[in-house]
Design a protein around this ligand. Structure first.
Ligand code: CAA
Length: 377
């Protein structure tokens, strides 16, 4: 049995209440209208924007488990807002882990204060093959850089205050020629496109970015020049745990709705959960949620202990994202015709779940990571 500390339990209960009061009631409207900006000050007041970041930089001082408890609880009310937080941390953690002391002092406190960060790796022609990106940051004689190119499918774009952009500083060096830069939303030459009309996760912002001769100072570089690919891959390992935590929360959210419905809906003289065909679906759902949870907390513990967890995070995301699609599908089936209607929420959960098999490493990429590790062992 995985035991949370007293403090983690307190945070879990606080976030559960916050989600029920502030997040879950907005999820359906965000599906129609997009991200709800009112949530940012509320997340700041609840101390959630930087809960796992060190107190010396204005964070909450929590560990990885605490941060994933937060993501998991929020996903029980809105997968989109859990994704928003995941992408914010994916980007900001690169500064925390690889930035200079000056960068940490400047940017990390901003996270706690409600400035939003976004992670910019994917381009319209380079998603899974991340080393094939074409954006270029050309070093100038004075040490500054000129950034050109663009990005696509960037979660939190259009909302973010700061973008952590991966670009080639040496286009001849493959993955060893990629570096990471902090680009503020006001940067001259940065254009943020229209919000994408997405199938799901519609409460999170996703736009295209284009870079036209953006001048970046030398201290916009995060980590050593040429290490950007490795920094991004490590960051994605952590974010894949968050996708597992979102999947678990989303499954729970869908199952709770379906249980309520199955108790109310009567067919052939009894509530439908009493028909084995329906009741057994809940058994499968519960087993999938528990297995996901165990993988989440175990992989978090690996991360906090400092061992490499790339394979385990990939395994977690691979299974959890598939199970989330299966559970949400079952929940629609339990609702019958009503499940196909926007009024009953579960169709939204199904649309949200599908993103989990694509974003932050498709299932096919995860299988490459896992099979490479297993066969190599
Ligand atoms: N941790 C540390 N190092 C790693 C690593 C990891 N997780 N993964 C790879 N590396 C290292 C390798 O050890 C290797 O180092 P050496 O060259 O010194 O041996 C180097 O990086 C290159 O690795 P590969 O040879 O495996 O690289 P590759 O080009 O074959 O690609 C890949 C590997 C796993 C397929 C990678 O391209 C990948 O993960 N692709 C998916 C990218 C992805 O998840 N994109 C989604 C981004 S999310 C987004 O942009 C939207 C958003 O808003 C969040």
């Amino acid at each position: 049995m995985y035991k949370f500390t007293e403090e983690q339990l307190m945070i879990r209960d606080m976030v559960r209440e916050f989600t029920a009061n502030e997040i879950e009631p907005r999820d359906r409207a965000m599906d129609e209208n997009g991200f709800d900006w009112d949530l940012i000050p509320k997340l700041v007041d609840a101390g959630l924007m930087a809960i796992h970041m060190p107190e010396e930089y204005g964070g909450g001082g929590g560990d990885t488990i605490t941060s994933e408890i937060v993501i998991n609880e929020i996903a029980k009310g809105s997968a989109s807002i859990a994704l928003f937080l995941d992408a914010h941390w994916l980007a900001a953690d690169m500064i925390l882990l690889h930035g200079t002391e000056e960068q940490k002092k400047k940017y990390v406190p901003l996270c706690a204060e409600g400035k939003v960060f976004a992670f910019g790796l994917t381009e319209s022609n380079a998603g899974s093959d991340a080393a094939a990106i074409k954006s270029v940051a050309e070093k100038q004689p004075d040490g500054s850089y000129i950034l050109n190119g663009g990005k696509a499918w960037i979660t939190n774009s259009g909302i973010a205050d700061y973008y952590l952009i991966m670009a080639k500083t040496d286009p001849t060096a493959g993955n060893k020629g990629i570096s990471v830069f902090i680009v503020p939303k006001e940067a001259e030459g940065l254009t943020v496109g229209k919000f994408e009309k997405k199938m799901g996760m519609r409460g999170s912002g996703t736009c295209e970015l284009s870079f036209d001769n953006i001048k970046l100072p030398a201290d916009a570089l995060v980590g050593p020049e040429g290490r950007g690919f490795m920094i991004a891959m490590q960051a994605l390992d952590g974010a894949r745990i968050s996708i597992g935590a979102i999947a678990s929360g989303l499954m729970q959210h869908a199952m709770d709705k379906a249980i309520k419905y199955a108790k109310e809906r009567v067919t052939f003289g009894k509530p439908i959960y009493k028909h084995q065909a329906v009741g057994f679906k809940f058994a499968d759902m519960a087993a999938k949620i528990r297995a996901t949870d165990l993988m989440i907390w175990d992989t978090c513990a690996m991360k906090d202990s400092g061992v490499r967890f790339s394979t385990e995070a990939a395994e977690l995301k691979l299974l959890a994202s598939r199970w989330a699609c299966e559970v949400c599908d079952d929940c629609i089936q339990i609702h019958g015709g009503n499940g196909y209607s926007r009024e009953f929420d579960v169709e939204r959960f199904y649309r949200d779940a599908k993103l989990l098999e694509i974003g932050e490493g498709t299932s096919e990429i995860l299988r490459m990571v896992i099979s490479g590790a297993v066969i190599g062992r």
